[in-house]
Design a protein around this ligand. Structure first.
Ligand SMILES: [Ca+2]
Ligand SMILES: [Ca+2]
Ligand SMILES: [Zn+2]
Length: 181
């Protein structure tokens, strides 16, 4: 038997993955476009690996995929730069606003259907810049402002640094929060 501990409640899951035997199981699909492995804490080092996840998060990301499709971007998934974070890892990053990640309610995402590890040119101006993160921000913002939105939450856009390209923070905290990264 693979060794893993599963704690599950209402719309909530926590996994402690203790052997490498579980690598193939990390490809388990949580929803049509997302696999379990995409949400794991990216804390460096080997096993155990951890993930805490609220069901609403992959469901919201599914609605982002749908909205992208309607906007003419047919994508297989979203790149999740950072999903769950252990409190230790999160503190090391120094991200105060991003405490949602420790609750399994947040993902830092970008669209990378033309797989090069960076955001795609969503606004089709020929460049990959912060404007593409802002384009994605506005897409999710419109979803959150629909009548009776399913998974309202926080939203922040971020420009590129030496470490990463432009991305957007999305969460399902249950109320709106907006910021510029
Ligand atoms: Ca890309
Ligand atoms: Ca662009
Ligand atoms: Zn974030």
């Amino acid at each position: 038997m693979p060794e893993a501990s599963v704690y599950a409640g209402y719309g909530f899951m926590m996994l402690v993955i203790t052997t490498e035997f579980w690598l193939r199981d990390l490809r388990t699909k949580l929803s049509a476009h997302f696999e379990l492995r995409q949400f794991l804490c990216k804390q460096p080092g080997g096993f155990p690996k951890y993930v805490v996840l609220q069901e609403a998060l992959p469901l919201k990301l599914e609605s982002v995929v749908e909205a992208l499709d309607r906007a003419g971007h047919d994508v297989d998934t979203l790149e999740i730069m950072s999903g769950y974070r252990t409190p230790f890892y999160n503190e090391g990053l120094g991200n105060v606003h991003d405490s949602q990640h420790t609750a399994g309610t947040a993902a830092d995402i970008f669209v990378d259907d033309k797989i090069d590890g960076r955001m795609d040119d969503l606004d089709r101006d020929g460049l990959v810049t912060r404007d593409d993160a802002i384009w994605l921000f506005k897409l999710v913002d419109r979803m959150d402002h629909m009548p009776a939105p399913l998974f309202p939450g926080g939203l922040g856009d971020y420009g590129a640094t030496g470490a990463h390209g432009p991305f957007v923070h999305v969460d399902v905290r249950g109320r709106l929060a907006r910021w510029r990264g």
